[in-house]
Write a new protein. Sequence first.
Length: 271
Amino acid sequence: MEMVDLFVGVLATEALMLKIALGSIFGLCLGLTGVGGGVLLIPMLQLFCGMPPVLAVGTASLISALVKVNASIVHVKAKNVSWRKISILFAGALPVTLLVTQVVIYFNEHPLHQETTQTMITSLVTVVMIGSLVSVFYKFRSSPNTNQTSSAVNNSDRKALVSGMFCGSILGSTGVGGGVLLLPVLNNVLNLDIKKAIGSSVVLALFLSGFAALGYAKGGQADVYTAIWFVVGSFIGVPVAASLLGKISEKTTYIITLMVILVSLMLYTLF
């Protein structure tokens, strides 16, 4: 009996250390690229923690919200945040995020629609990852547009509002949105430089992930215990990322971002 208890204790410790290690990797990627929420967490939670899609989405949203508190502080201090852009995006994204979250929970709890809901979410996450990879690569290869007129700014505001609604619908249904949607929108559509786009996406995703996490938690679709240990691990990765971010070039940041999204996509599709 003692041997069994010892064996169970060893397994529990290994599982705990794995979650902390995965959390540190997540924190490092999040701090460096703004990518990490759904893109890294959902494959990690499904592959290494054995979670079904909807539970993985809810837990990923909770982890993202908690970790992004620390990461957001880092980016705010570094002045990597465009408050005007994220306020407009937030206005468009929040109502849609809340609505879609409740729709997913409703259909996932319905016996006739549960399997279809999980399949649709899995497919949607894959499509979003591919789209993000293409978007970031396109922006990396193209020249930044630095000249904007007054009318362009107004048009940018409209784009930000509509983009926020679109991002909110994806984030609410898949937990993906911070790096793979908000980052390309801020960088490619709204023409923020890559470092400011990263900081702004992290801060905005903090609020949106927080509201999505509350919705999933109320529906019983969030593993709080796992989320806590991932957050503990992130406190190792985020400070390392902060120290590296100021030392690398914009080109290197793009390359790292592309690599993170590509590896995440491979993990997700292989799973």
